[in-house]
Design a protein around this ligand. Structure first.
Ligand code: TXA
Ligand code: MG
Length: 349
C-alpha cells in the first residue's frame, strides 16, 4: 500500500474526511489524550480485521471500543452495575477503560471471542468529533506494531504502520502519553488489568479494587504479557535511582565493555537527572522537576529516540511507583521483558 494521507486534525474538514474513510471500511490513525489509536468502525468486522493485520496483532488480543457518551457505552454492554456508572460519572471523558460483559451488538472479532468488551470515552476533542461524525463506536488499539512502544505523535504512527493504513489525523503530541487504565468490573468491585492514565489511588477513593489476578495460561490483557511496549534495543531496569547504585553499576558495565571489546554503547532513560559519566553515549530525562505527569508524557517519545541511536543497551531508572508512576513503572518493566540490571544480567550480556 502507498504511504497514508496525513491530514491536520485542527481542520474540521479533515476530521470529516477521516470519518468518511472509516464509514467506507478504512482504517485511520487518530490522536487521543493518551496515545494515538488505529481506528475502524467497531461494527464492521472486515474493517476491524484490517486493524489486526496492520498492527501484526495476534487475533487473541481484544480491542478497546471508543464512544462519545456513557449511553453509547451502555448499548455495548449487556449489564451495567452501579460501580461502572459511578466510574463513568467520575472519570469520563478520560483515560479509563471499563471491561464488562458484551451485548450482541459487538462483533466477536473486536473482543477476540471474549464474552466481555472494553470501552472508553476519550477526552480528546478530535477523537470525540471523529466518533460523532462516524455515528458508530470506534474500535482502536494503540497505533503501533504489536509489542512495540506506543505512538504519541503522528510521526511515530507513520514509522510503525504508515504503509499499511489509509489515513493519519495529525493532532500533535498526546498530552497524557501513557495508555488508559483498564479495569474489569464485576458486581462487588473491580480488578485492575493495566495501570494507566487514571491513577489507582483516585479509583480507590470511589470503589473497591481487588488485586490483580493473573491467571495462568492465556493472559487476561496483553498488558500482562511479560514483554510489551519494548524497544528493539535491550532495555534493563535499574533496581534504584542511579545515584544509589552507581558504584556497582559502573563495575558491571566496565567488565561488560572489556568482555565485549568496547562495544557496549549505553543510553540512559533518567527520571530527573542524567548521570554525569563519560561512558554514557546518550540520555534522556523524563522530568527534571520530578513531575510524574510530565514524565509519563515524555516516556514513549524518549524510548523511541534512544531506540534510534544504535545503542547496545538502554539503562532505565525507576520512578516512584505511585500515581502515574505506577503506569510508567509498568511500561518500563514490560519494556525490559523482566530484565533487571543486576550481576546476573551483565554476566550474560
Ligand atoms: O489509551 C488507550 O487505552 C489507547 C487509546 C488508543 O485509547 N488504546 C490502547 O489499546 O492502549 P491497546 O489495544 O493497545 O490496549 C488495550 C488493552 C489490551 O491490553 C487488551 O488486552 C485489553 O486492553 N483489553 C481489551 N479488551 C479486553 C477485554 N475484553 N478483556 C480484558 N482486556 C481487554
Ligand atoms: Mg497497545
Amino acid at each position: 500500500m502507498a504511504p497514508p494521507r496525513v491530514l491536520l486534525a485542527d481542520d474540521p474538514k479533515n476530521v470529516e474526511t477521516a470519518a468518511l474513510v472509516m464509514r467506507d471500511g478504512g482504517i485511520v490513525a487518530f490522536p487521543t489524550e493518551t496515545v494515538y489509536g488505529l481506528g475502524a468502525d467497531a461494527l464492521n468486522e472486515k474493517a476491524v480485521l484490517k486493524i489486526f493485520e496492520a498492527k501484526k496483532r495476534p487475533s487473541f488480543d481484544p480491542l478497546i471500543v471508543h464512544v462519545t457518551s456513557p449511553e453509547q457505552a451502555c448499548k455495548l454492554w449487556s449489564e451495567v452495575p452501579e460501580v461502572a456508572k459511578k466510574l463513568m460519572k467520575k472519570f469520563w471523558p478520560g483515560p479509563l477503560t471499563l471491561v464488562l460483559p458484551k451485548s450482541d451488538v459487538v462483533p466477536d472479532v473486536v473482543t477476540s471471542g471474549l464474552p466481555t468488551v472494553a470501552v472508553r470515552m476519550p477526552k480528546s476533542e478530535v477523537a470525540q468529533s471523529l466518533i460523532r461524525l462516524l455515528g458508530k463506536p470506534v474500535a482502536a488499539p494503540s497505533a503501533n506494531v504489536f509489542g512495540y512502544t506506543s505512538p504519541t505523535s503522528a510521526a511515530h504512527v507513520i514509522e510503525d504502520v504508515g504503509d499499511r493504513i489509509d489515513l493519519v489525523l495529525d493532532g500533535g503530541e498526546c498530552r497524557v502519553g501513557v495508555e488508559s487504565t483498564v479495569l474489569r468490573i464485576d458486581n462487588d468491585g473491580a480488578v485492575i488489568l493495566r495501570p494507566g492514565g487514571v491513577p489507582l489511588e483516585d479509583i480507590k477513593k470511589i470503589i473497591r479494587v481487588k488485586s490483580v489476578e493473573s491467571e495462568a495460561g492465556r493472559p487476561e490483557a496483553p498488558g500482562q504479557l511479560e514483554s510489551h511496549y519494548a524497544p528493539y534495543t535491550p532495555l534493563v531496569l535499574l533496581p534504584e535511582p542511579f545515584s544509589k547504585c552507581a558504584v556497582g553499576m559502573e563495575k558491571s558495565l566496565e567488565a561488560c565493555r572489556e568482555r565485549r571489546e568496547g562495544s557496549c554503547r549505553t543510553g540512559f532513560l533518567a527520571f530527573r537527572k542524567k548521570p554525569d559519566v563519560a561512558w554514557l553515549e546518550s540520555g534522556f530525562v523524563l522530568s527534571e522537576k520530578g513531575d510524574l505527569r510530565e514524565a509519563a508524557s515524555n516516556l514513549f517519545q524518549a524510548m523511541r529516540k534512544l531506540d534510534k541511536m544504535h545503542l547496545d543497551l538502554i539503562l532505565a531508572e525507576p520512578v516512584p511507583d505511585e500515581g502515574l508512576g505506577a503506569a510508567i513503572m509498568d511500561r518500563l518493566r514490560k519494556a525490559s521483558g523482566g530484565k533487571n540490571a543486576n550481576a546476573a544480567f551483565f554476566e550474560n550480556f
